[in-house]
Design a protein around this ligand. Structure first.
Ligand code: NAD
Length: 523
């Protein structure tokens, strides 16, 4: 039985928002509050245009944030529609997910506090370029120390270096020596683009705790929250340090597979072997498995690189430089593969892009997300700009053009934008982006790129479309998993108010770019 009544999640990002939404959906009796110090992000979570694009997220947010109401008219309709003419009672559901900037208040009310703040690579000082920057985590620990009620369970959801729970404990103890807080490690394994499916049907949930009776009681309390929808057999308990390290190692090994297959792709290109055939040949061995064996332009995103850097730093600081060097190679191959790919683009245009237009399809680091952190596209674009093309057009189905334009301005400079006489233009439409292009570079395996009729794309291009790299490798959900998710979501939605399910969606603030785009489309 779940005794947790109130959960506070600190950090309304790619992990905090979706995780809190799933916990709220599966535990209507728990009040979940997501807090963030960024008011703009919280404002977006409270409108219909969420700050994060994830398939399925919007539907779940509407249920848990806005609730669903009972309607007599709907009940009447359902009564006539039901086969045995029994009146159907459709329970109204009260909202149980709140997005707020009131960090300290929410902490003070919580039985469980999830810490899901960013832990990027340190940019300056000791360990710059590889150590993890735990500034946000420290700041949050201080807030928790001051405001949490005695007995509150503190949970690391952020990915952290091994033994970070000790750091949090020290901070808590310095402020509240009279209270013994339990710190659990509960790393998140969701992948962007399939976050809701991953949260709904996780392979495993890891909960690390101290081996004391109180540590185990806290782990059991957290486990009870997950047991509302996840079989007990998939919830694995272990010691705190193993849990912290498991997350870093999981990402390092996934990235290692990508670098391994990419290194072999270079041998294939030089010998006439086909990398897809090799991947099939080896992937059928159950000891190897077929996932994460698609060769491509290399991995991007906010996690793989920073987590390997964190692992190498950890190894080096433990006096294990050979271990650090081993994992560093995974990053080196990744960079080399990306450079190899961009060099190949230039070579296929006779070594010059002067006077030519290229179209980049896919700007986010992979499909079904608008997250552009560590995007391979951006690195590729920087390289191509050196070749002075007449235009580089960008299109991504999930990215807001205004946001991408702003990012280009920030990361490369305003001078590269078309509006300032530069070559870069971001489009809202793939076909317009491809018009008059000499080459189309497909950077992600977005469904739209796979299903778009290539002849009409290439009709608008004057020369060959470059279809390499092959799709970005990430595990595809199986048909049955997708079906389970869809059935689950439609079941949940139907159970709550089938004809007029939700209260009206909250309006966005005036000037919302997405609303403007919708308005234009409706004109
Ligand atoms: P994010 O940058 O999207 O979100 C972090 C949020 O924390 C931001 O909105 C930020 O404003 C907020 N924050 C920072 N300091 C704060 C403070 N003092 N008080 C309140 N809010 C504060 O990051 P993310 O992608 O959600 O990642 C969060 C953690 O989860 C990281 O450790 C990451 O490594 C890990 N992780 C990420 C993914 C992923 O796919 N993105 C997957 C698994 C694990």
């Amino acid at each position: 039985q779940c005794l947790v009544k109130n959960v506070c999640c600190i950090g309304a990002g790619y992990v905090g928002g979706p995780t809190a939404a799933m916990i709220a959906l599966q535990n209507p009796q728990i009040m979940v509050t997501v807090v963030d110090k960024d008011p703009a992000r919280i404002r977006k979570w409270n409108t219909k245009h969420l700050p994060i694009h994830e398939p399925g997220l919007h539907d779940i947010i509407r249920i848990v944030r806005d609730g669903s109401r009972e309607s007599p008219f709907i009940n009447e309709r359902m009564h006539f529609a039901s086969r045995n003419h029994e009146p159907l009672s459709i329970p109204a559901r009260s909202p149980n997910l709140i997005f707020s900037t009131e960090v300290s208040r929410s902490i003070s009310e919580a039985d469980v506090i999830l810490i899901a703040v960013n832990t990027p690579t340190k940019r300056r000082g000791l360990g710059a370029g590889s150590a993890t920057d735990v500034t946000a985590l420290e700041a949050v620990s201080r807030e928790v120390a001051i405001h949490a009620k005695a007995g509150a369970i503190i949970v690391e959801k952020s990915t952290v270096p091994c033994r970070t729970a000790d750091t949090i404990k020290t901070i808590l103890h310095a402020h509240r020596p009279d209270v013994d807080f339990e710190i659990l490690s509960n790393p998140e394994f969701l992948a962007e683009g399939t976050a809701m499916k991953d949260l709904l049907l996780p392979d495993r949930v890891i909960i690390g705790s101290s081996p004391t009776a109180s540590g185990k009681r806290s782990a059991a309390a957290l486990s009870s929250v997950y047991e509302s929808w996840i079989p007990r057999s998939r919830i694995v308990t272990m010691n705190t340090w193993s849990a912290e390290l498991s997350k870093l190692v999981a990402n390092a090994i996934l990235a290692q597979r990508i670098s391994s297959i990419n290194s072999i792709s270079a041998i294939c290109e030089a010998t006439g072997a086909d990398i897809d055939e090799v991947a099939t040949g080896i992937g059928l061995d159950p000891r190897i498995g077929s996932k994460f064996l698609g060769a491509g332009v290399g991995f991007g995103g906010s996690c793989f690189k920073k987590d390997i850097l964190s692992l190498t730093y950890l190894a080096e600081s433990l006096g294990l430089p050979e271990v650090g060097d081993y994992w560093q190679q995974v990053l080196d191959i990744n960079e080399w593969q990306r450079e190899r790919f961009t060099r190949r683009i230039v070579r296929s245009f006779n070594g010059t892009l002067v006077g030519k237009k290229l179209t980049i399809l896919g700007y986010a680091f992979k499909k079904d997300t608008q997250d552009t952190r560590e995007s391979p596209s951006l690195e590729c674009i920087k390289f191509l700009l050196e070749e002075v093309p007449s235009e580089i057009a960008i299109y991504d189905p999930c990215c807001n053009p205004a946001t991408v334009t702003e990012e280009l301005r920030r990361s490369i400079g305003a001078h590269v934008l078309k509006e300032n006489g530069g070559p870069m233009e971001v489009y809202e439409d793939a076909y317009r982006a491809c018009e008059g292009s000499h080459g189309v570079v497909i950077m992600t395996d977005a469904d739209e790129f796979k299903t778009s009729p290539t002849p009409s794309l290439s009709k608008t291009t004057r020369e060959t479309a470059i279809q390499d790299p092959r799709p970005f490798p990430h595990p595809e959900p199986t048909e049955s998993e997708i079906f389970a998710l869809q059935r689950y979501l439609s079941g949940t939605l139907a159970a709550h108010d089938p004809l007029e399910r939700f209260v009206d969606e909250p309006e966005c603030e005036s000037g919302c770019v997405e609303c403007e785009r919708e308005g234009k489309r409706n004109d």
